[in-house]
Design a protein around this ligand. Structure first.
Ligand code: AKG
Ligand code: FE2
Length: 349
């Protein structure tokens, strides 16, 4: 007799040793230890003003602190999640019950239903989506009903105003919510990925793991006057991304897209994409993008970084090497050790 074992997800060790940004020297550094830092960056650091041994010691301490912070992220997030689950009182408990069709836009359901029908093809699917850029392979589709956007926003605002601990979506965004910490992964994001996004993405991006999405990292980014206004150019740690505008009323904040991050001159010709509340933009994670400054109001967007272990296990998109796997909490960064997914319980008796 065999039972399914829970899958163990991992991150790549590069998360704690690469892309460590030091603003005052304008450098993204790789860091393992002092010897490596001196060897790889000694002359460059001196040319940027890191001259005295005190300067170097200070840099070393900062890097060690940031590495420690990154190492603890997964565990600290699990602690916050448990605390929220035990003591947070939602304003709109209905968003925590499993995803209902009424929450979804009819166009989204129709596109997903078409994608699972026999004989479905890309051409047919494209008739059911808006093509924002054929060349960049960026698409738009209504995802949530107006009513659901409003209910979700009310819940997110209630959480934001609560005294619960909050993890932040990324180092560039200080306000927002991690969906798994709030307990919205299981009822909302996982069914969205498995039932709707997987068939859609399988047709749109078969060459980027669209048919093999098996985990995600989902969060809400929030922009408001006096808080974060914009997002710098970056690429996502994801094979594919869904970005849905939830509201509220705002002007500005358009997304802009360049080329794939691997391409030379990837930011030469950018494309501006305005938000449509309730609608989602679908794009490849590796497509360079950012968000223009907000002008007025408040903008809340649900961002789902979709991951395919079958793709990333071969090449980590952040260090562009074979990933060095480290066990992690939850979905980690979507890597797996490709262990068999079942265990034979007979051998355990
Ligand atoms: O501001 C946005 O809507 C874009 C967010 C985004 O690209 C990200 O968090 O990866
Ligand atoms: Fe992004």
């Amino acid at each position: 007799m065999a039972t399914a074992a829970p899958r163990r997800f991992c991150r790549c060790a590069c998360f704690c040793s690469q892309n460590l940004y030091v603003a005052r020297y304008g450098l993204h550094l790789r860091f393992r230890d002092e010897h490596q830092l001196r060897r790889d960056y000694g002359p460059l650091l001196r040319s940027r003003g890191c001259v005295t041994s005190k300067d170097f010691q200070q840099l070393l301490e900062e890097l060690e602190k940031e590495v420690g912070r990154r190492r603890r992220l997964g565990q600290e997030s699990a602690v916050r999640k448990a605390l929220i689950a035990s003591s947070y009182h939602p304003a709109r408990p209905e968003v925590y019950s499993s995803l209902q069709d009424a929450a979804l836009a009819p166009e989204f359901m129709a596109a997903a239903e078409y994608s699972t029908s026999p004989g479905a093809d890309l051409e047919g699917l494209l008739q059911r989506l808006e093509t924002v850029s054929e060349e960049k392979r960026i698409y738009r589709v209504p995802v949530f009903s107006a009513k659901f956007c409003q209910t979700l926003l009310e819940e997110l605002e209630h959480f934001e105003q609560s005294d619960m601990p909050k993890g932040r979506p990324n180092t560039m965004n200080n306000h927002g919510v991690l969906m798994h910490e709030l307990g919205l992964d299981d009822p909302l994001v996982t069914p969205l990925r498995e039932r709707f996004l997987l068939p859609l993405m399988a047709l749109l991006y078969p060459d980027y793991g669209g048919g093999y999405l098996d985990s995600h990292r989902a969060f809400v980014v929030k922009y408001a006057l006096g808080q974060d206004l914009e997002l710098g150019c970056h690429y996502d740690n994801a094979e594919l991304t869904l970005n849905v505008a939830l509201g509220k009323d705002f002007t500005g904040g358009a997304l802009y897209f360049g080329g794939l991050f691997q391409a030379p001159a990837a930011l030469k010709e950018t494309l501006e994409v305005e938000h449509v509340v309730g609608s989602g933009i679908l794009h490849r994670g590796g497509q360079l993008h950012g968000a223009r400054p907000l002008c007025k109001g408040e903008r809340w967007n649900l961002v789902v970084w979709l991951r395919a272990s079958a793709v990333r296990n071969r090449l980590c998109p952040m260090c562009c090497q074979k990933p060095e796997l480290v066990d992690d909490e939850g979905f980690g960064d979507g890597f797996t050790r490709e262990e068999p997914t079942t265990v034979d319980v007979c051998v355990l008796t």
